[in-house]
Design a protein around this ligand. Sequence first.
Ligand code: IDP
Length: 145
Amino acid sequence: MIKPDGVQRNLIGKIISRLEDKGLKLVAIKFLRLTKEQAAEHYREHAGKEFYERLISLITSAPVVAMVWEGKNAVFIVRKLMGATDPAQADAGSIRGLYGMSMGRNIIHGADSVDSARREISIYFRPEELVSYEKTLETWIYEEK
Ligand code: IDP
């Protein structure tokens, strides 16, 4: 998900390009403003933490881009492309490393496991909104099917 700060900073295109260029496949995308309920479900593991209210307030403050990306080890690969949670610590070439300056404005969210990805996808997408399709480039991205 490109968070409100990423959208406001005009980073939608750059972030999508990075994921596309890596070889990941976009299977769903939606531009929306999260409701409080969606935000609470999304960040339920952080409920009660010191930064929780600020996080919910930011994520519901303006539109986001919710996306589903597919690929081998996609969760791990997206986390690498995103960089560490704190942009000041993130690898310089990562999305957060390149574009972020502070923890509470770290541009992008990505699920941290396949189970979280499934749960988070179900908050924003109906199953039929995920599009299954072949890309002819795939034989040039993966050695094996
Ligand atoms: P992640 O986004 O890298 O998975 P999490 O630990 O799941 O990191 O935290 C969720 C989000 O909560 C972070 O992306 C960040 O925006 C915010 N956050 C986490 N820790 C802090 C903090 O100490 N201060 C402010 N915001 C925080």
